[in-house]
Ligand binder design. Structure first.
Ligand code: ATP
Ligand code: MG
Length: 412
């Protein structure tokens, strides 16, 4: 559609953005809409002069034609809260003018893309307009047929389905509806700290919570020098991919090696994984507290591995008071993988760098741990002090979308 569009505002491409779930909000609708427009504006910064305004429950974007419509639409579609986006032609709300624009558009489609059949689907947002939707479609359709002998109407399987959206002053013609991710604008639903491993699951979990409007921060545990710098860079890259959707955020790195060494020295080998998991939660809780995050988020998934049996999850959960969100708990792995591919984290996640959990992997991890027994083992360690030290030693980097180098500073 892009290069066929000729708007009255000749230098600009126009986009209709639909807000999906925000439309269902009652009293707070305008709060969510304002937030969404803010995020769309941020996503448009790279397209100089582009503007976004909300009107009649939609957001209208104008961007200079030197930027490819598909690229601009692609950026808009990534903003959480956007249900779909359509590159559109804007015309005065006059049937004659709309008919001419539709005919010109279909002529080009027939010429350039070999389109032979079409259907007009009309919608009248302005109910005071004297002609009803089916009649609008018929009038516009007749105009198109009159302008191009080669075109025929096919109401069941048209080559081109052309939408006419008739509004008060201006009306719109569009063909494509590029789907967005839906969800709610980032920042509309609290803050959470993601436990971000270099695996497939946790980046997807982060994405899913951010999609529901949650601002995120992340913590990654490593066992340097047993885990490499490349493993750390992989996690930063995953965070950068996620930040393309939810904006910049902080990523904390914590070396778990001193704690793993303590567990290895004082606790039964088969409890290593579940005890490590409990420490991850405790350290996460400390960092979350300092960062104003009211929730922890993990990529845990029922039954995936020994540390994620129902019993193990209960023992892990009991390590903290902070609520733990596990958005992937009931997903099958194939579904998590397809989501990871969709959001672009998969290829990075499968890079074969070591994880801190594999450094001290027990031969036979306990699959049905009992809380009392685990607490007894943990009691042999100074858990509070180890947790506080680990949280204090965290190193923090700021993650930006794209490839801006992260700035390093220490976490307070
Ligand atoms: P992922 O679950 O992200 O694919 P994984 O499968 O290697 O990674 P699991 O053993 O399934 O990790 O761990 C379950 C969850 O625990 C992860 O989803 C993540 O939230 C958290 N976690 C595991 N390892 C780490 C780590 N090194 N740093 C931060 N969080 C971690
Ligand atoms: Mg996992």
């Amino acid at each position: 559609m892009k290069d066929l569009m000729e708007n009255e505002d000749g230098d600009k491409n126009i986009f209709i953005v639909r807000c999906g779930e925000i439309a269902l909000k009652g009293m707070n609708k305008s709060y969510f809409e304002r937030m969404l427009v803010e995020h769309i504006r941020k996503a448009l910064v790279k397209f100089e002069g582009a503007e976004a305004r909300r009107r009649e429950g939609l957001v209208f974007v104008r961007a200079d034609k030197r930027f490819a419509a598909a690229t601009v639409a692609g950026e808009i579609s990534k903003v959480f809260g956007v249900a779909s986006v359509s590159p559109a032609i804007e015309i005065n709300s006059d049937l004659e003018a709309i008919g001419e624009a539709a005919a010109a558009y279909m002529l080009e489609r027939a010429g350039k893309n070999g389109v032979k059949t079409f259907k007009i689907k009309a919608k009248r947002a302005d109910k005071s307009f004297p002609v009803q939707s089916p009649d609008i479609a018929r009038i516009i359709g007749a105009k198109v047929l009159g302008a191009c002998d080669a075109l025929k109407v096919d109401v069941h399987h048209p080559d081109c389905l052309l939408f006419v959206d008739l509004r008060k002053d201006k009306s719109y013609i569009y063909e494509e509806k590029i789907p967005g991710f839906g969800g709610l604008p980032t920042g509309s639903n609290g803050r959470g700290l993601v436990l971000l491993s270099g695996g497939i699951d946790s980046p997807v979990a982060a994405f899913m919570m951010a999609k529901r409007g949650m601002m995120i921060e992340a913590v990654h545990f490593h066992s340097y020098p047993y885990t490499s710098k490349r493993a750390r860079e992989k996690t930063e890259e995953l965070a950068r991919i996620i930040s393309a959707y939810c904006g910049r955020f902080r990523l904390h790195f914590v070396n778990l090696l001193p704690i793993q060494a303590e567990i290895a020295a004082h606790c039964p080998e088969e409890e290593m994984t579940v005890l490590t998991r409990r420490f991850m939660m405790k350290i996460g809780e400390k960092i979350a507290g300092c960062a104003g995050c009211g929730m922890l988020i993990t990529g845990e998934n029922l039954g995936q591995v020994a540390s994620q049996t129902a019993e193990a999850l209960i023992v892990t959960d009991a390590a903290v008071e902070t609520p733990v969100m596990r958005p992937l708990i009931a997903f099958d792995k194939v579904d998590i993988i397809s989501k990871a591919k969709e959001i672009g984290t998969y290829e990075t996640s499968i890079l074969p760098y070591e994880d801190c959990c594999t450094v001290f992997l027990p031969k036979h991890p306990v699959t049905k741990p009992k809380l009392a027994k685990i607490l007894a083992s943990e009691g042999k360690l100074d858990a509070e002090q180890l947790t506080a030290q680990a949280a204090q030693s965290a190193e923090t980097v700021e993650i930006f979308p794209e490839r801006t180098p992260p700035s390093t500073h220490t976490f307070e």
